[in-house]
Ligand binder design. Structure first.
Ligand code: HEM
Length: 143
């Protein structure tokens, strides 16, 4: 990563593309689950947004590992970076729970249904966690 002029900026670009995919897709779905944009059908959003967000996460992890390799010793000791990794773990666990608890059931996904309160809480947690991860990622550059 340090031996090439292009490698780090390219990894950074891929990281940002992954960020747009992840927060763009999962953020919009979270807002829908919280009661916004009710005109969009929730079942169709889940079908398209969840795989796209998953692709975003894969891009983020792959490019993140590449950028980490450029300055591994300092980053491994950086409190903000460690917090970011913990937040990512929490976000992935929350998404896993949403899958296990809600995505297997389909009744609440029918048009006109109220979102279950437990799912709303998990959507709010998801939105907060992924935004926090992005803020932590940006803050690392400021020390
Ligand atoms: C949900 C997942 C993630 C999100 C939302 C995220 C977000 C961000 C953001 C917004 C930046 C700042 C980019 C910029 O300033 O141009 C960043 C930088 C970075 N990220 Fe991530 N990231 C994620 C996952 C990861 C992972 C899994 C790793 C490593 C294993 C990682 C390692 C890094 C590194 C090394 C930087 C550069 C830090 C610096 O400025 O020195 N990221 N990330």
């Amino acid at each position: 990563m340090r031996g090439s002029i292009l490698a780090y900026p390219l990894a950074n670009l891929v990281h940002l593309a992954g960020l747009v995919l992840l927060i763009g897709c999962i953020g919009l779905l979270d807002l829908r689950l919280l009661g916004a944009v009710r005109a969009l059908p929730v079942a169709a959003m889940i079908r398209y947004m969840v795989p796209a967000a998953g692709l975003g996460l894969v891009l983020l992890i792959a490019s993140g590992i590449a950028m980490f390799a450029a300055d591994a010793t300092a980053l491994a000791k950086h409190d903000g970076f460690r917090l970011k990794l913990l937040l990512i773990l929490a976000g992935v666990m929350n998404a896993g729970l949403v899958h296990a608890i809600w995505l297997r059931r389909s009744a609440w996904q029918e048009p006109g249904r109220q979102m279950p309160p437990g799912l709303r809480i998990q959507a709010a947690v998801s939105l907060a966690l992924w935004c926090w991860v992005a803020v932590e990622g940006r803050m690392i550059a400021y020390g």
